[in-house]
Write a protein that binds this ligand. Structure first.
Ligand SMILES: [Zn+2]
Ligand SMILES: [Zn+2]
Length: 134
């Protein structure tokens, strides 16, 4: 991540260079809040992730360890619990498949593929669906 922090990405329209053939939705808008990160996807889905959940699900090698299922939908427990007041300070688009976040604890190496993000989504619909699946 030698190019971190990226310039002005927080105001960039992420849909501009979206890959039309991709099977996954693209993030059209990302908002970083005090308690949660919200992502509006190109398919109309509105994802909500609590900051703590997202930080603790960081799939980077330092957090998740070797062999983390990058791109999988399984939740990866963090080795170290995130502080309650953790928040994302910046985000960046990584290629056409992932978002990266910089966190208030100084961590910024996690890359979250879209399908992994969607698997972490805490919107009402996703929570209900996951509860139904057990
Ligand atoms: Zn990490
Ligand atoms: Zn959802």
């Amino acid at each position: 991540m030698s190019r971190w922090p990226p310039a002005d990405l927080s105001t960039q329209d992420l849909s501009e260079r979206a890959e039309p053939r991709t099977r996954l939705p693209n993030p059209k808008a990302v908002s970083l809040g005090d308690r949660e990160v919200r992502v509006d996807w190109s398919d109309g889905h509105r994802s909500v992730f609590s900051n703590k959940t997202l930080r603790e699900a960081c799939p980077c090698a330092g957090c998740a360890g070797e062999g983390a299922p990058l791109g999988g939908r399984a939740f990866i427990p963090l080795k170290v619990a995130a502080p309650e007041d953790i928040r994302a300070t910046q985000y960046s688009r990584v290629g056409l498949y992932a978002l990266a976040f910089a966190w208030s604890d100084g961590h910024s190496t996690g890359i979250y593929p879209y399908d992994y993000l969607l698997g972490l989504c805490e919107c009402d619909a996703c929570l209900a669906k996951r509860a139904a699946q057990g």
